[in-house]
Ligand binder design. Structure first.
Ligand SMILES: NC(=O)c1ccc[n+]([C@@H]2O[C@H](COP(=O)([O-])OP(=O)(O)OC[C@H]3O[C@@H](n4cnc5c(N)ncnc54)[C@H](O)[C@@H]3O)[C@@H](O)[C@H]2O)c1
Length: 282
């Protein structure tokens, strides 16, 4: 029987996690801090659906995923959810308080999944009762969730193996590709990615090549869909710096953010949304 899913945080990640499970036929409830934020998420998802239909990515056979979604700003509506994904701000206090609240609302059997990028899964699991911790697991999605298949699945110290297996099944049902990763800082993908980005910035600092030419090299020479500078501009340079600082604290020199990256962030050249990053945007 398909499960009832709840997603807390209707931002960039949470809204599309909800959308992907609704697309797979699950009954999905999406929560955020206000009705206005939920309305904005609904509008964005509706646009995503219409664009996907127009481009032939989606078919209308199973109806719109939005018909299987409900939106509620009150977390108490999560009482009947069997799986809950959390994608609120990357802040231990905000995430911890959210999980503590949900622990008091949800059934003892409900599985809790966090989409944290940097906080240890066992640290977040410590915010729920001991009895819940075997049902607490990390599921790290990638942006844009509606296009990226990969999900890193990290069990915490106390996670039950059966819960990991069950989540692999649900993620596959939503056409995702889960891989099992140990609960370490940066998990696996961000460790690979940031070493790569740091070396790309070092090449520019040394005058070896321009950001544009390095992006071209990665697309045409390595088969990457997007170059490292385009990617930094999309996710924001400040987020890259923050992730590198966190991994620098855990692993040392190889993750130290490059001076040029820090200088660009301080100058407000934060990427596409700022109108200026490694290149200019209208
Ligand atoms: N952006 C990425 O590429 C990416 C990739 C992987 C993982 N993540 C992680 O996913 C999580 C969400 O990131 P995002 O990029 O979607 O951020 P975002 O800022 O776009 O969305 C966060 C949402 O959470 C909501 N929120 C905050 N506190 C809340 C609360 N107490 N109750 C309900 N809703 C609350 C906010 O209103 C906002 O809509 C973070 O932990 C982030 O590290 C992000």
């Amino acid at each position: 029987m398909l499960k009832k899913i709840g997603v807390v945080g209707a931002g960039l990640m949470g809204a599309e996690i909800a959308f992907e499970f609704a697309r797979a036929g699950y009954d999905v409830l999406l929560n955020d801090r206000s009705d206005e934020l939920l309305e904005a998420a609904r509008t964005r998802l509706n646009g995503l659906w219409n664009k996907g239909l127009a481009r032939g990515f989606y078919s209308e056979d199973a109806g719109s995923p939005l018909d299987r979604m409900s939106f509620n700003a009150d977390l108490k509506s999560f009482a009947d959810r069997q799986i809950v994904f959390e994608a609120v701000f990357e802040d231990e206090q905000v995430k911890g308080d959210t999980w503590a609240l949900l622990d008091g609302i949800c059934d003892a059997e409900t599985i809790f999944c966090t989409n944290t990028s940097t906080i240890a899964i066992s640290t977040l699991a410590a915010h729920v009762a001991v009895a819940r911790r075997p049902r607490f697991v990390g599921t790290h999605f990638f942006s844009p969730v509606s296009r990226m298949k990969l999900v890193e699945v990290m069990p915490g110290f106390e996670t039950d193996e059966a819960v990991v297996e069950e989540m692999f099944g649900h993620l596959k049902a939503a056409e995702k590709h889960p891989i099992r990763i140990k609960d370490v800082t940066g998990f696996a993908v961000n460790r690979l990615l940031h070493v790569f980005m740091i070396e790309a910035v070092r090449l520019v600092e040394e005058g070896v090549a321009t950001p544009e030419d390095i992006d071209t090299a990665c697309r045409l020479g390595l088969g990457h869909p997007i170059g490292p500078f385009e990617l930094m501009d999309a996710v924001t340079l400040s987020l890259c710096e923050q992730a590198q600082e966190i991994m620098h604290a855990s692993y040392g020199e190889r993750f130290r953010p490059r001076p040029l990256l820090k200088q660009k962030v301080r100058a407000g050249h934060n990427g596409r949304k700022a109108g200026q990053g490694w290149k200019s945007y209208d």
